[in-house]
Design a protein around this ligand. Sequence first.
Ligand code: HEC
Length: 146
Amino acid sequence: MRRTVIAAVTVLIASGLGALAQANDPVVQRQNLMKNNQEQVRALTGMARGQAPFNAATAQAAFQRIAQNAQQIPGLFPPDSNRGKTAALPSVWERKTDFDARAAKLEQDAKAVQSGITDQAGLQAAIQRVGQNCGGCHESYRRKES
Ligand code: HEC
């Protein structure tokens, strides 16, 4: 009985530490951030296609979130984080200055497009301009899915 309790507590502590380590792992953090980017783009695309009602403020907020996310990108690729289950290519660290500049460009564009979102067509143009930054960076720095 006592041994079972100790074993259970040990498992609890171990899994708690595991979750903590994950939360602090830059690989997990940047993948979660990128997933959030994807969610924003999906919502924006749905709105541009009329699947959700057009709402300029909602669209602007999504781009603002993308801009905030972009600001965090450089810091989530520290020198020792090219390991584990990552799709980031070694080129990230070989050309970190260019990589960081692309994150800055995404932030800039995601801010700049917001004032032009007055209708669906404006939204479509905004998505295209911002989306090029996503694809462009992935092309050079993210492993292609096999
Ligand atoms: C500065 C470069 C850069 C920019 C800009 C960028 N990404 Fe990424 N993205 C990456 C890299 C590198 C990875 C791989 C991260 C890893 O696995 O460690 C990635 C991974 C992803 C993933 C997969 C996440 C997962 O589940 O593992 C998605 C989805 C994604 N990006 C969406 C986006 C979207 C949408 C945008 C634009 C709004 C964007 N990204 C902009 C570099 C970038």
